[in-house]
Design a protein around this ligand. Structure first.
Ligand SMILES: [Zn+2]
Length: 333
């Protein structure tokens, strides 16, 4: 399958991995990139690179010690985080025309209420990563999420901008600060978690995340369980709650995946298998959904079914990412 023309996305680092699109804009026409500029300032690894240069090239945000506890709260054997990247119209920034915008708009008008209903029915928490300007466009979303009293809201950029494309650390920092402030005001609580739009980390992004005091990040993919991020050889104190491409609805339902694996039944089986091995390994299961994608009718019935399946197992801890991060965070030495 040719992924080379897939657009930059929400949760899977297409640009960084060159493999997956994650949250591209479904049926967005004409094609455009959510990257407004090419990735900047990442020096390529070449055959002429020295060992030290290669070591440094990968050193910004590496996997450190695993943080899965011996047991989760109440003796649970697995922690389950349901996460939603509420991108909506902001994937259509480069070509904001009514039809492609309406594809994203569906996420706010229809999917978010539908998702909240499913979560209510099961009485489980979730974490919503929302770009600040997505909150502005749909001011009803955050109160609807917050009013449930179980959910968390995390940072997902200002306009879902691609941070490596900014090419200016001060500007990137300003956007991050603006995003935190906007969500703090909207939700009445300062967010403690961040998921990079399009999983785009510039060479400066991790330092900015740490400087902003985030408890955790959820953009990297180096494991199936929580770990501490090591930056340039030093433990950072920032917890990573890693996502995965297989747990992301965009891989299956995004516009360039259409026809590849469109069956919600098949997607359910993949998610189930991911959960089942996590359950066996006593670690974590993190699901990443995009309301305007996974919230379509035929798909959300499978989410409902998946939650019911997971709930049928003993020893499952449904939690927000904040709750998991606080639980696994090691005491300061
Ligand atoms: Zn996103």
């Amino acid at each position: 399958m040719d992924f080379s023309h897939r657009r930059c996305t929400c949760a899977v680092p297409f640009v960084l991995l060159g493999l997956l699109p994650a949250c591209t804009a479904p049926s967005a026409r004409p094609a455009q990139s959510s990257r407004e500029q090419p990735a900047a300032a990442a020096k390529p690894i070449t055959v002429d690179s020295t060992e030290e240069q290669i070591r440094q090239a990968v050193a910004t945000a590496r996997m450190g010690r695993k943080l899965t506890p011996n047991t989760w709260p109440n003796g649970a054997r697995i922690a389950v985080c349901l996460t939603f990247d509420v991108d909506n119209e902001l994937l259509q920034r480069a070509n904001p025309l009514p039809v492609p915008l309406s594809v994203g708009e569906y996420g706010a008008t229809t999917s978010v209420p539908r998702i909240l209903d499913v979560l209510d029915r099961h009485q489980v928490p979730a974490t919503f990563f929302i770009p600040a300007m997505g909150v502005m466009l749909h001011p009803e979303m955050v109160p609807a999420i917050v009013s449930r009293g179980r959910h968390e809201i995390g940072v997902h950029g200002w306009i879902h901008e691609f941070w490596p494309g900014i090419g200016d650390a001060a500007k990137e920092e300003r956007l991050l600060t603006q995003s935190i402030d906007y969500l703090t005001k909207a939700a009445g609580k300062r967010p403690v978690g961040v998921r990079a739009p399009s999983s785009g980390f510039s060479p400066q992004t991790f330092d900015l995340i740490r400087k902003a005091g985030f408890l955790y990040d959820s953009s990297l993919l180096a494991a199936d369980e929580p770990y501490e991020i090591v930056s340039h050889g030093q433990p950072s104190g920032v917890i990573e709650l890693p996502i995965s491409e297989v747990g992301n609805d965009y891989v299956y339902y995004g516009e360039t995946a259409n026809g590849a694996l469109p069956s919600p039944d098949a997607v359910f089986e993949i998610y189930k298998a991911e959960f089942d091995l996590g359950y066996q390994e006593r670690t974590m299961f993190i699901l990443t959904q995009h309301p305007h994608v996974g919230g379509r009718r035929s798909r959300i019935v499978q989410l409902d079914r998946l939650i019911a399946y997971i709930k049928s197992k003993p020893g499952v801890w449904f939690a927000t990412m904040e709750q998991v991060a606080r639980y696994v965070k090691p005491p300061r030495s």
